[in-house]
Design a protein around this ligand. Structure first.
Ligand SMILES: [Zn+2]
Length: 354
């Protein structure tokens, strides 16, 4: 599951380098599609790229395979399964049987069920539901009535969609449509090698990752950051996506797995956004000083403002503000304590050495 460095992946995509095909996949958040490095499609803006080690990770993160490059891991079997996935996308509002999909793939139904799940992490049925849910959300955002959205997305019955919708987005469809007014943020806590971690997400992505001594103080931090939002705690079974993200981040923190490339919902001033986006580009094992960061973002005099933007980072570890140090090499500050900063940097150094 290890990928080339992010910088190398970006270069490979720029060069459409075929030798990287199969080594990683990239998704484009504006189109929701994922590609192989050599794809001939128009290059997306760098900030819209997300990287995945496998097709499964890309599909689980909600990306669809690109039609142009037929992103597969090079094996004909996966190519065939991608065709099945595409067929499901194109006929998501129809009733699809496992038998008909199996015929399309030239496999027995039970075998299709198994290999599809192996390749993409979900069953064909769950994949169809996910596609419908995407259409449904889209339709609501475009202003369709709840009833129209239900039928155009192929759910067919109100009870079906209410069941699905509450499971997937934690709100009833009406509440979702009014989302701009009272935003709902789901959160959960879990223990990591750095202590208790809280992660919270909007429907756009992770908006909060913080560490603390107990759940109460973490939740009050979350409330302070998002005073107007409605906060809802989400046990794993109600928020499988959030749970999967927490697990991926915990694997990174506690077991040294690559930093997961999760969708982020960053909110800040134009300057803060600039700093945070730059921090995302600092590679594991590299450290910069506050003044170096200031120079890199063409604001050489804004050293203090850079330090303050780092201190205001709400999304710990995923936005690696711990890779910025004082000019003299000392640790500087860290919102979640210098012990954690030191532990993160040491772990990254060890990984690189090993
Ligand atoms: Zn492509």
């Amino acid at each position: 599951m290890s990928m080339p460095s992010e910088q190398l992946m970006r270069v490979a995509i720029q060069a459409r380098d075929k030798s990287f095909d199969g080594l990683f996949f990239y998704g484009v958040i504006t189109t929701g599609v994922f590609c192989q490095p050599s794809c001939s499609a128009r290059l997306a803006k760098p900030e819209n790229l997300r990287f995945f080690p496998t097709i499964e990770c890309a599909m689980l993160a909600g990306f669809r395979p690109c039609k142009r490059c037929q992103a597969t891991d090079g094996t004909p079997r996966v190519a065939r399964l991608v065709e099945v996935a595409r067929h499901i996308e194109e006929h998501a509002n129809e009733r699809l049987t496992l038998a008909s999909l199996a015929e399309l793939a030239g496999l027995s139904p039970s075998r299709l069920q198994r290999v599809f799940k192996e390749a993409f992490g979900v069953s064909p049925k769950a994949y169809q539901d996910a596609v419908r849910m995407r259409h449904f959300k889209q339709s609501l955002k475009e202003g369709d009535s709840v009833t129209d959205a239900i039928f155009s997305s192929g759910f067919g019955s109100i009870s079906r969609v209410y069941g699905e919708a509450t499971r997937n987005i934690g709100m009833t469809p009406k509440a979702y449509r009014a989302g701009g007014a009272g935003e709902t943020i789901t959160y959960a806590c879990r223990t990591t090698a750095l202590g208790l971690m809280a992660m919270a997400a909007t429907d756009k992505g992770v908006c909060f990752v913080q560490f603390g001594e107990n759940e109460t103080s973490l939740i009050s931090n979350l409330e302070a950051e998002f005073p107007k939002a409605e906060l809802s705690t989400s046990p794993a079974q109600d928020a499988p996506e959030l749970d999967a993200w927490m697990e991926a981040l915990n694997q990174h923190i506690s077991k040294g797995a690559p930093r997961p490339d999760l969708p982020l919902d960053m909110r800040g001033t134009a300057f803060q956004m600039k700093v945070w986006k730059f921090l995302l580009s600092i590679r594991e094992g590299d450290v910069l000083s506050y003044s170096e960061v200031a120079k890199k973002i063409d604001k050489p005099k804004a050293v203090r403002a850079v330090a303050s933007a780092c201190a205001k980072n709400r999304i710990g570890v995923l936005i690696p503000c711990h890779r910025v140090l004082r000019g003299d090499g000392s640790l500087g500050g860290y919102r979640w304590g210098l012990e954690r900063k030191r532990a993160l940097l040491e772990a990254e150094r060890d990984r690189l050495a090993g």
